[in-house]
Design a protein around this ligand. Structure first.
Ligand code: AMP
Length: 178
């Protein structure tokens, strides 16, 4: 199965994405992780990515699409994947030509997201309050059209992300009929 998992930062995408990947025996990957690895490289691209990430800005669509497509062309993803963090803009969604089975939206309020992230034990370099607020703002602005796009295609599955980890996983499994 090819699954996308979408939600604001702090919505539990990576936790649920990994659980779902295990359940379906397919790999989980996140564009945030890919970009964090690239940002540590001492190359012009690495430096550009680092600056954008630390400010909470998005990486340009063309760059993002190229990187994601290169990753998904690897043999380990040929039988499916759970992809977290992509697409984040309508342009990314429209240019992403993969036969998706479902797009899962983990719904939580901005307040709950900020609350969860502030309570984390390890805070990453790109998790300043400013960067987090910027990401939430950009999500509301650019990712809402992505949700409408997949809703129209009947691929969107909405899940209440403010339940416990187990309850959310159960709801996803039930709604996917797996
Ligand atoms: P995340 O861990 O998903 O919040 O991603 C961290 C950062 O990586 C984001 O703030 C962006 O700078 C970058 N990023 C991740 N996914 C994308 C994407 N699909 N398009 C553009 N930038 C992205």
């Amino acid at each position: 199965m090819k699954i996308i998992i979408i939600g604001i930062q702090g919505s539990g995408k990576s936790t649920q994405g990994k659980l779902l990947g295990e359940k379906l025996q397919i790999p989980y990957l996140s564009t945030g992780h890919i970009f964090r690895v690239l940002s540590k490289e001492n190359t012009p691209l690495g430096k550009q990515i680092k600056v954008l990430m630390n400010a909470g800005f998005l990486i340009p669509d063309e760059k993002t699409l190229k990187i994601v497509e290169e990753y998904l062309a690897r043999p380990e993803y040929k039988d499916g994947y759970v992809l977290d963090g992509f697409p984040r803009t309508l342009a990314q969604a429209e240019k992403f030509h993969q036969d998706l089975d479902k797009v899962i939206l983990l719904k939580i309020s901005d307040k709950e997201a900020l609350w969860r992230i502030s309570g984390r034990e390890e805070i990453r370099e790109d998790e300043t309050l400013m960067a987090i607020r910027k990401r939430i703002e950009l999500f509301n602005k650019f990712t809402q059209p992505v949700l409408d796009y997949y809703r129209e295609k009947n691929l969107l599955l909405e899940v209440d992300g403010e339940q416990t980890i187990e309850q959310i996983h159960k709801e996803i499994v039930e709604k996917l009929h797996i």
